[in-house]
Write a protein that binds this ligand. Structure first.
Ligand SMILES: *Cc1c(COP(=O)(O)O)cnc(C)c1O
Length: 430
């Protein structure tokens, strides 16, 4: 870092400013977290220099893996191979998976690899509607995932705002999808993976679960695991799992060869070996007992947060949460998601606007905000602080265009942040 200051002061300064932003503001974006120094050390390492197209193993004719054989297209891979083999072994141990591919550059690439491996162009698949909590890569027309396939979206029941499994089962019988995709970015309730499997089996469909948001909770055994039920499980490694930004695919052996081949050479070139090293560190951290304690606190804090919002008269989508996140419907407050996001930002509280199911507003405006507890929990915050944060949000939301109120909130946010410092490392004193 000291070197960067002289070589490129502009980038050095931007990183310093980002450090201050992360330290001095309250991070409530449900998909964000703070990695450990160890993860960042691996990601910032010399492994970024290495080309390692291929895999640290070869497949035999019968599909089984030969770990002794060299599956790389470049020399000098002996050390990055150690990192990738550890990442694969730890991922399999953490989630009880038959096989893992740790090379996807992101969650979106992981999903792309699965579609390209399991589907042909124009095949039919099901995904959860974006405005009901799904992700762009679950078949939205502006995403690759919606461009090449006949995607049919399922959703939540209008009254309960929980996935309507009966309607999904009927839709499956009618449309006979080749693949059913579930998993979500903004769905606060437990997903019934056994029921999804049953519905997929009723029409002979593959089941893919995208557990990006809840991977950490699943790793800790605090949300039912999709791994026994799904043919393929995709994830990111940077959300509740608290690792480096990246993707991963867990899978049954029967689809493993096809999916590995689609990641490379199908859609990617050289893997990001420094990030794979960071993923290995993240999985090791997630295998420790204190990771389970951390995930438990995320869930407890989410309950405190939901209760605090409800006590103050806010409506939550589905009336609460089983996970780390919740959707706050702001219509009764007369505030749009966009106005809330902007106002809270000025008050030092970072959230994202989010559509709610059957939202009358366009996504760019939105009727709600999505908030989550993983990042605040990493800072060590608990019940008292969570209640304080919701009180501050309420103060801001009740007068969202009043600069003085927002400044008052910001001052209190600053005090709270100072009491719960985010230690980002000796090389980046804050
Ligand atoms: C975050 C997320 C992704 C995408 O991950 P990127 O790394 O941003 O591409 C995919 N699916 C779900 C459900 C997500 O929440």
């Amino acid at each position: 870092m000291a070197d960067l200051r002289t070589v490129d002061p502009e980038i050095f300064d931007a990183i310093q400013q980002e450090t201050h932003r992360e330290t001095d503001k309250l991070e409530l974006i449900a998909s964000e977290n703070f990695t450990s120094e160890a993860v960042r050390e691996a990601v910032g390492s010399v492994m970024t220099n290495k080309y390692a197209e291929g895999y640290p193993f070869r497949r035999r004719k019968d599909g089984t893996i030969n770990w002794e054989a060299n599956g790389r297209y470049y020399g000098g891979c002996e050390h990055v191979n150690v990192a990738e083999r550890l990442a694969i072994a730890r991922a399999k141990e953490l989630f009880g998976a038959e096989h893992a591919n740790v090379q996807p550059h992101s969650g979106s690439q992981a999903n792309m690899a699965v579609y390209f491996a399991l589907l042909d162009v124009n095949d039919t698949y099901f995904g959860l509607e974006l405005s009901h909590g799904g992700h762009l890569t679950h078949g939205h027309p502006i995403s690759f995932s919606g461009m090449f396939y006949n995607v049919i979206h399922y959703g939540v029941d209008q009254k309960t705002e929980v996935i309507d499994y009966d309607a999904l089962a009927e839709m499956a019988l009618e449309h006979k999808p080749k693949l059913i995709v579930t998993g979500a970015s903004a769905y606060p309730r437990t997903l019934d993976f056994a029921r999804f499997r049953e519905i997929a089996d009723s029409v002979g469909a593959y089941l893919m679960v995208d557990m990006a948001h809840i991977a950490g909770i699943i790793a800790a055994g605090l949300h039912p695991s999709p791994v026994p039920h799904a043919d393929v499980v995709t994830t990111t490694t940077h959300k509740t799992l608290r690792g480096p930004r990246g993707g991963m695919i867990l899978m049954k052996d029967k689809v493993a060869a096809a999916i590995d081949k689609t990641v490379f050479p199908g859609i990617q070139g050289g893997p990001l070996m420094h990030v794979i090293a960071g993923k290995a560190v993240c999985f090791r951290e997630a295998l420790q007992p204190d990771f389970k304690a951390y995930q438990k606190k995320i869930l407890e804090n989410a309950q405190y947060m939901a209760d605090a919002f409800k006590t103050l008269g806010y409506r939550l989508v589905s009336d609460g949460t089983d996970t780390h996140l919740m959707l706050v419907d702001l219509r009764e407050k007369g505030v749009t998601g966009k106005a809330a996001e902007n106002g809270l930002e000025n008050a030092g509280i970072t959230v994202n606007k989010n559509t709610i199911p059957f939202d009358p507003q366009k996504p760019f405006i939105a009727s709600g905000i999505r908030v989550g507890t993983p990042a605040l929990t990493t800072r060590g915050m608990g019940k008292d602080e969570i209640e304080k944060v919701v009180g501050l949000m309420d103060k801001a939301l009740s007068d969202i265009e009043n600069e003085q109120v927002l400044n008052e909130v910001k001052a209190e946010v600053g005090e709270l942040c100072a009491t719960f410092p985010l230690v980002v490392g000796e090389d980046r004193p804050v």
